[in-house]
Design a protein around this ligand. Structure first.
Ligand SMILES: CC(C)(COP(=O)(O)OP(=O)(O)OC[C@H]1O[C@@H](n2cnc3c(N)ncnc32)[C@H](O)[C@@H]1OP(=O)(O)O)[C@@H](O)C(=O)NCCC(=O)NCCS
Length: 441
């Protein structure tokens, strides 16, 4: 029963994300390592689900480890310079076969729809084509990269048309030159340039770790541009394949970011369901590089009740906030302001008048994904502005866990007796909340 309820609650809570993602273009990079992982079948299921929910998907796959392995089998050595493979003429046939086989395998996986499987009746069409025009990378430091190429042009019109006809577009790391030659490109470069050319909503980079980790191994859920640059530089000092992969993903995300792709997610290809958790839950499950200049701070309306409820529910459950029923929230919605990002409520706060001169700031809550991005400060400044407009000269707040946050923002701790009588009468002595006050004049 409780599992059932969890499923129902979870499904309901994902509704706002389903609406927000519908008809948006997501470009997903599946590195060769991701294709070799046992979790690939689950990723394919989750991508199929995204497609069924109306997300327009472009998948870009790499083939680095598979190419290395295939060349080794042929007795051909892979040579590298500046971390890029030098693709010699004698390798191109093996590369063609290896990459082609991976594309075909993916196609077959998206076609599987046996009864009783998650993809039953999904009827998914994957389209491939010559959508990436390439040119040679050229000669650097006196080294000719030969058939290692770079993107010259993305046929974004053709891709967009296929997407609008309800197809998933599949690209590999191969591109074709105007002279008809095949070039071996970096899948990260293709994914980034496709995302930019299509003005995609998101670039999703599947990486080996849960996301970007700090020095103590803690996940960094939300990255600013500066954070991403810092961690890319930090990872450059490490020598292992995993750090290198995350660094490349960060660099791709940064490139996309500075070309108007406002959201890049770095998500684990190893962990089952990470894609769904990152895209459809508040907690997420990866790292997001995003520009927060696209959020909206505004007065709440009745349609925000569901979003506010799912934002504050975990905080009510752990006792940080006092429980509010849907009915109460509906009645009090005019007291609330929200910050909305991508159609999702990521922060809220309320101002309750207590008397003609005092108000109470309540229910300030930020989605943990977006902690430490200044959203709390912005909400507080906004609530203070509204309070002043209402000619209130004192703002109270009652809190059990965030007293210091308020103290650092000009509040002082006061005795419960300092609360206006009408509010004192409602004070819950069991919660033992601290009472803080700020003079607004
Ligand atoms: C408290 C809260 C609103 C802060 O929001 P935020 O958007 O992360 O805050 P900002 O980005 O504006 O400020 C971040 C700074 O506050 C600090 N901070 C965050 N929570 C804190 C807390 N509980 N106590 C002290 N400082 C805190 C951060 O460490 C950071 O400081 P730093 O940059 O010096 O490290 C948010 O953590 C939250 O929603 N908490 C749960 C709900 C709650 O406790 N509400 C208050 C009761 S009404």
């Amino acid at each position: 029963m409780s599992n059932n309820n969890e499923m129902i609650d979870g499904f309901r809570a994902s509704a706002s994300y389903i609406n927000a993602h519908r008809n948006k273009i997501f470009v997903v990079l599946l590195s060769g390592e991701a294709l070799a992982d046992d979790n690939l079948k689950n990723i394919v299921c989750d991508l199929s689900l995204l497609h069924s929910l109306g997300v327009k998907l472009v998948l870009v796959h790499g083939a680095r480890p598979q190419i290395t392995q295939a060349l080794e089998k042929q007795g051909l050595q892979s040579r590298y310079h500046r971390n890029r493979r030098i693709t010699e003429a004698e390798c191109i046939e093996t590369i063609k076969q290896t990459v082609g086989a991976l594309s075909v395998t993916l196609e077959s996986m998206f076609t599987r729809g046996l009864s009783g499987t998650p993809m039953h009746d999904a009827d998914i069409r994957l389209c491939r084509g010559n959508f990436v025009t390439a040119k040679p990378l050229g000669i650097h430091d006196g080294i000719d990269f030969q058939y290692t190429g770079q993107v010259r042009k993305i046929q974004n019109g053709a891709i967009a048309q296929l997407l609008s006809n309800n197809n998933i577009v599949l690209l590999s790391n191969l591109g074709y030159s105007l002279t008809g030659e095949i070039f071996n490109l970096s899948a990260e470069e293709i994914a980034t340039k496709v995302a930019i050319a299509l003005n995609a909503e998101k670039l999703i980079l599947m990486i080996p770790s849960e996301g970007v980790m700090d020095d103590e191994g803690k996940l960094i859920a939300s990255l600013t541009e500066e954070d991403a640059k810092f961690h890319a530089n930090r990872l450059a000092e490490k020598d292992d394949a995993e750090s290198n992969c995350i660094r490349h993903a960060l660099l791709a995300a940064l490139r996309a970011y500075s070309n108007n792709v406002h959201r890049s997610h770095l998500i684990s290809y190893r962990s089952n369901g990470s894609l769904l958790q990152e895209l459809f839950t508040r907690e997420g499950n990866g790292s997001l590089l995003s520009s927060d200049s696209f959020d909206k701070l505004r007065n709440a309306v009745i349609n925000d009740v569901t979003g506010i409820l799912s934002l504050i529910k975990p905080l009510e459950e752990n006792g940080t906030l006092v429980e509010r029923s849907r009915e109460r929230l509906e009645t009090e919605i005019d007291n609330f302001v929200v910050i909305e990002l991508e159609g999702i409520t990521i922060a809220c706060a309320a101002l309750y008048p207590i008397s003609v001169e005092c108000g109470e700031l309540a229910c300030i809550a930020i989605d943990p994904h977006y902690f430490n991005n200044g959203f709390g400060d912005r909400l507080l400044a906004h609530i203070e502005k509204i309070a002043k407009e209402k000619s209130l000269n004192k703002l109270f707040v009652l809190t059990t866990v965030a007293a210091h946050w308020f103290l650092e923002r000009g509040f002082v701790e006061v005795d419960v007796a300092m609360l206006p009588e009408e509010r004192q009468a409602l004070y819950n002595f069991q919660r033992k909340s601290k009472v803080l006050k700020k003079d607004l004049n």
